[in-house]
Design a protein around this ligand. Structure first.
Ligand SMILES: O=C(O)CCC(=O)C(=O)O
Ligand SMILES: [Fe+2]
Length: 286
């Protein structure tokens, strides 16, 4: 794909590009907005550097990609129900970090988020990178036999490990980083999604299971599901399918939750990291 109004620099071999020449704090021209959106769909995750965004500007930037939506369980920013602050403090050393397991956002909902825009306000001197995995490539590189088996399967998802009765964000030595998370019974709800979904905008098929929220295959036990799910998770995060983003202050990442997983690396104990997310409304996976 060729672009006229933006510069696109690959980050990973499979997904992820950095976009240069864009100031997200200002409204973009129609052409530039279209090219940014094209780059997002073609590369599944896009990065921008050295941006300066107040909450209003971050909301406007997020609308280039989708419609901001409030999410359950995590306290939002005052006056901005669609924005959450993700913070790990120096004194949170040894604690579980938000987003530290491979996942796509809110797949425990009937309509999981289509994407998220994350803006970095403060980053550690080293570490705190985010990893992104290409779920199209994961699907496309499976054997035809396994693909056709998975095509017919449904998975059961739940927020229980993060936001329900199994929450790692409540109590004990793994208590959450300094964030206000209200885990409760609602987090234990079960929802069903196809194991393979067709991306509504690109028409491409991809895997849609993740180790944080997928519990099991429908009509199978957890024990029966585990070997195949574990195989798929290991396959999805093969080095070739993963890109790694090193944050600087003012960096922005926008990822497509429909066709990627991500994971925040927890390797910066003793330092502060503060990023701010706008979540985008998705549709029912098909
Ligand atoms: O902090 C990060 O890099 C990502 C955290 C996360 O999973 C998210 O914001 O959805
Ligand atoms: Fe996430």
């Amino acid at each position: 794909m060729s672009y006229e109004t933006i510069e696109v620099i690959p980050v990973g071999g499979s997904i992820g590009v950095e976009i240069a020449g864009v100031n997200l704090a200002e409204p973009l021209s129609n052409r530039q907005a279209q090219e940014v959106h094209d780059a997002f769909l073609a590369n599944s995750v896009v990065f921008f550097r050295d941006q300066k965004l107040d909450p209003e500007q971050q909301m406007r930037a997020a609308r280039l990609f989708g419609e901001p939506v409030a999410i359950p369980f995590v306290k939002s920013l005052d006056g901005y129900p669609e924005i959450i602050d993700i913070v790990k403090e120096p004194e949170d050393a040894g604690k579980y970090n938000f987003g530290g397991n491979w996942h796509a956002d809110t797949t425990f909902l009937e309509t999981p988020s289509m994407g998220s825009l994350l803006y970095a306000l403060e980053v550690p001197p080293r570490g705190g990178d985010t990893l992104f995995a290409d779920m199209y490539a994961a699907y496309e590189t499976l054997s035809p036999g396994l693909r056709s088996l998975l095509d017919g399967l449904t998975a059961v998802h739940t927020g229980t490990r993060s936001y329900g009765s199994q929450s790692k964000f409540q109590g004990g030595k793994n208590a959450s980083v300094s964030m206000s998370i209200d885990a409760n019974d609602e987090g234990d709800r079960l929802v069903e999604h196809p194991v393979v979904r067709t991306h509504p905008e690109t028409g491409r098929k991809c895997l849609f299971v993740n180790p944080n929220y997928t519990l099991r295959f429908k009509d199978m036990t957890e024990a029966e599901s585990k070997p195949l799910l574990d195989f798929l998770y290991a396959h999805c995060i093969r080095d070739e399918f993963v890109c790694r983003f090193r944050w600087g202050p003012g960096s922005v990442a926008v990822w497509d939750n429909r066709c990627t997983m991500h994971r925040a690396v927890n390797d910066y104990d003793g330092h502060r990291r503060h990023v701010r997310r706008v979540t985008l409304q998705g549709d029912r996976p098909h």
